[in-house]
Design a protein around this ligand. Structure first.
Ligand code: KIV
Ligand code: NA
Length: 268
C-alpha cells in the first residue's frame, strides 16, 4: 500500500487504520487487512508504562517501527514522530523522520500538527517522505491544552479547518482528526480532498483509527469515543492464573513436557 492508494480512497472506500507496536500484533493487524498500521507514540502510555506520550524517544519509535515493518506485507507502515523530534529545527526533523524510513522501514510519518508543521510537511513530501497530518486533540500538547475535546468553539474549529487545508496544500496524504465534534469532522472532510481519519471525530470522516490495545481489550477500559471489541486482558489473566495454579499444584510440567535420556541412568 502506498500513500497515493490511501489518498485515492477519500470519499470512495473507508480507510482503516490501527496501531501496533510489536511484530506479532502487527502481523495480526496486517493479515486482517487494515490499510495503515500506525506505530503510535501511544506506545508510551499503552506499552512503556508512562502516563503520557511525552517521554517517548526517537530511538524507541525507531525500534518499534522496525519490528512492525519487518513483518507487515500489505499495509502502509506509518511511524508517529514523538514529542520534540520535529518542529524546532528543520534539519533535525528531517533526520529524525528520515531515520524512520531509511533505518526502520516505515513508509511514511505522522506529525502532530500546528502552524509549525506546514513547511515541514511540504519539505518532507518533496523529499519523498509521505506525511500524515494530525489535528484536533494532539496529546503532545497536553501540558498546554489538557486531553480535552478540541475545536468546540468557532474560533478553534476554524483554526483546525484552516490548518487542514494548509497541510493538504503542503502535500499531506491524509489527516487524522482526534476528539473533535462530529460536525467539525464532517466539515473538515468536506473541505479537503485527502482522506480524514477520525478517532472520536464522528462517523463522517473518510476512515477511522483506534489503538489496537483498546480494540482487542488489552486495556482495562476504553476512552469514551473508543470501543473494546475483545477481551484479551481477560484471556491473559485467565491463562497466567491457570499456569500459576498448575505449577503450584504440580500438574505442570506433566510427562509430555519433559524428556528422559536413558544414557544418564547410570549417573552417580
Ligand atoms: O499514537 C497514536 O496511537 C495516535 C492515534 C491514536 C491517532 O496518534
Ligand atoms: Na500519537
Amino acid at each position: 500500500m502506498r500513500a497515493k492508494d490511501i489518498r485515492a480512497k477519500a470519499g470512495e472506500e473507508p480507510v482503516t487504520m490501527l496501531t501496533a507496536y510489536d511484530a506479532p500484533t502487527a502481523r495480526i493487524v496486517d493479515e486482517a487487512g487494515t490499510d495503515v498500521v500506525l506505530v503510535g507514540d501511544s506506545m508510551g502510555n499503552l506499552r512503556l508504562g508512562h502516563d503520557s506520550t511525552l517521554p517517548v524517544t526517537v530511538d524507541e519509535m525507531a525500534s518499534a517501527t522496525a519490528a512492525v515493518a519487518r513483518v507487515v506485507e500489505d499495509a502502509f507502515v506509518l511511524a508517529d514522530m514523538p514529542f520534540l523530534s520535529f518542529g524546532a529545527d528543520e534539519a533535525a526533523a528531517i533526520e529524525n523522520c528520515g531515520r524512520m524510513v531509511k533505518e526502520a522501514g516505515a513508509d511514511g510519518v505522522k506529525l502532530e500538527c500546528g502552524p509549525h508543521t506546514v513547511d515541514l510537511t511540504r519539505r518532507l513530501t518533496q523529499l519523498g517522505v509521505p506525511v500524515q497530518a494530525h489535528l484536533g486533540l494532539t496529546p503532545q500538547h497536553e501540558n498546554e491544552t489538557g486531553l480535552f475535546r478540541q475545536g468546540t468553539e468557532e474560533e478553534t474549529a476554524q483554526e483546525i479547518l484552516d490548518l487542514a487545508r494548509e497541510h493538504e496544500d503542503a502535500g499531506a496524504f491524509s489527516l487524522v482528526l482526534e476528539h473533535v465534534p462530529a460536525n467539525l469532522g464532517a466539515a473538515v472532510t468536506d473541505a479537503i480532498d485527502i482522506p480524514t481519519i477520525g478517532i472520536g471525530a464522528g462517523p463522517d470522516c473518510d476512515g477511522q483509527v483506534l489503538t489496537v490495545d483498546e480494540v482487542v481489550g488489552l486495556t482495562e477500559g476504553a476512552a469514551p469515543f473508543s470501543k473494546r471489541f475483545g477481551d484479551v486482558r481477560g484471556e491473559m489473566e485467565r491463562a497466567v492464573g491457570d499456569y500459576l495454579d498448575a505449577v503450584e499444584s504440580g500438574e505442570f510440567p506433566a510427562d509430555e513436557h519433559s524428556y528422559v535420556e536413558d544414557e544418564l541412568d547410570d549417573l552417580y
